[in-house]
Design a protein around this ligand. Sequence first.
Ligand SMILES: [Ca+2]
Ligand SMILES: [Ca+2]
Length: 66
Amino acid sequence: MSDYETTFKLLDADGDGLISPDELVRLMDILGQPITIERAEAAVKQLDLDGDGLINVQELGNFLDW
Ligand SMILES: [Ca+2]
Ligand SMILES: [Ca+2]
C-alpha cells in the first residue's frame, strides 16, 4: 500500500473510496483547523480533475506530489 492510500483511508471516513467535502470538514476539525463546508467544497473543486465533485486516490496523489 502506498503512502497516498494510507492518507486516503484516513480521509475517507465512510470508506466509499472517494473523499467528499463533508469528509474534508471532518478531517480539518480533527486537525484543529475547522473550515466551513463552502471552503471544503472550494478545496475539493481545486483537486477534482474529473469533475465529479469528489476526490479519488489519483486526484489526492496528484495533490500530494505537487
Ligand atoms: Ca467517502
Ligand atoms: Ca474527482
